[in-house]
Write a protein that binds this ligand. Structure first.
Ligand code: MG
Length: 386
């Protein structure tokens, strides 16, 4: 038996709501795709791999997959899942007589699961791992959205991947698909082509990443419960500029000068947030030579930074900052500053803290010629889309 594994990663994962396709999101130091590839690469029965990617990722495909022990072809996906699988099969060598088709969005397939599928293929010619339906199943009337009936769950199973096929069975399934039959998985085509398909035990933790809650749960498995980042900013203080911190104007005769509103506190927290997400820094996202950001309020940049890291699957857990300035006293304004930050960060005010320090008259900050801020932010996985 020569086993080839096709890892289908051709989807865009719209339901995750991230600009990066879900198969390229990081879980514990590897992408979802790399976890899925590794499960088959290290399985002793598997001798060939094919990864199916969206065509726009093909040029960098081998880099996205990363190093593998076995030969691994990278091919472009088709319009539908079944087209992607056809492309994957065409990249397998003629020696392969058993094919595993796996959805890259299931990064936790393990060797025991793959063993059960291969045993099912040896017995039946085709096998699908599945778990029993545990929730009560209702069928709704599409017109009224009311329950039309309660369906017995006794013989209902939820299909997972990898699905396994003798190559001849998969070829027959593909031939049926080529006649115009549309299917959500290859087992469905094999069934309709008249081949028996065995159900083998799936695995509860062989989860499919679909929503942000799934991504958070997947990261929690790797104890990737949060990321911390630091930020720092400093601006010169001059006559006739407003002193703005977290969008709050503090009455004072001097203020920081800069391309934008020179809000050091917001800028430092922006950098802490980007730092925690390993997403570069404020200058990368909001370059000061881009007119779009000329005069941009720091608090607006902060809101944008929160949205950018949300797009990478992170949500702000808390932020803490220290503003260093000689004068004026910030204590009377601290409530407004914290509330403004909490609102921009999308968190409760008890997750935001700001301290003020003087520099004891030492150096430029101490002479009142500059204002500085340090910040840390912690990002937690998941959270609502913004
Ligand atoms: Mg700045």
């Amino acid at each position: 038996m020569s086993v080839g594994a096709i890892i289908v990663a051709a989807g865009r994962g719209d339901r995750m709501g991230t600009p990066v396709p879900k198969q390229l999101l990081d879980i514990g130091g590897r992408t979802v795709l790399q976890h899925s590839v590794a499960a088959f690469d290290r399985h002793p029965a598997v001798s060939e791999l094919v990864v199916v990617l969206p065509s726009e990722f093909l040029a960098d495909g081998r880099g996205l997959v990363g190093p593998t022990t076995h030969t691994c072809a990278v091919v472009a996906g088709g319009a539908r899942r079944q087209d992607s699988v056809v492309n994957g099969v065409s990249a397998l060598s003629s020696a392969v007589d058993v094919v595993l088709v796996h959805d890259a969005a299931r990064p936790f397939a393990d060797a025991a699961l793959i063993d059960r599928v291969l045993a099912g293929v040896a017995d039946t010619g085709a096998a699908v791992p599945a778990v029993r339906v545990r929730d009560t199943v209702k069928r709704a009337d599409p017109d009224t959205a009311r329950v039309a009936e309660t369906i017995s769950r006794d013989h209902l199973w939820l299909a997972q991947t990898p699905q396994g096929f003798r190559r001849t069975v998969l070829d027959a399934a593909i031939a049926l698909g080529a006649t115009g039959v549309v299917a959500t998985d290859e087992a469905m085509l094999a069934e309709q082509a008249g081949h028996p398909v065995a159900i083998v035990d799936g695995a509860d933790d062989n989860m499919k990443l679909t929503t942000r809650a799934d991504l958070a749960a997947a990261r929690a498995r790797y104890l990737d419960g949060g990321r911390v980042g630091t930020g720092y900013d400093l601006h010169r203080m001059v006559e006739g500029r407003p002193l703005i911190l977290a969008g709050v104007t503090i009455p004072f005769e001097r203020g920081p000068i800069g391309h934008s509103d020179a809000d050091v506190l917001s800028h430092a927290i922006v950098d802490a947030i980007f730092g925690a997400a390993a997403a570069g820094d404020i200058g990368l996202h909001f370059p000061d030579n881009d007119p779009a950001w000329k005069g941009a309020p720091g608090l607006d940049l902060l809101k944008r930074a929160v949205a950018i890291v949300a797009g990478l699957g992170w949500t702000v857990a808390n932020a803490d900052a220290t503003v260093i300035l000689e004068k004026p006293k910030l204590a009377p304004h601290m409530g407004r500053i914290r509330h403004a930050l909490a609102s921009a960060l999308g968190v409760d005010v008890d997750r935001v803290n700001v301290k003020a320090k003087t520099n004891e008259g030492v150096d430029a900050v101490g002479r009142g010629e500059a204002i500085a801020a340090h910040a840390v932010a912690v990002l937690a996985p998941g959270g609502p889309a913004r």
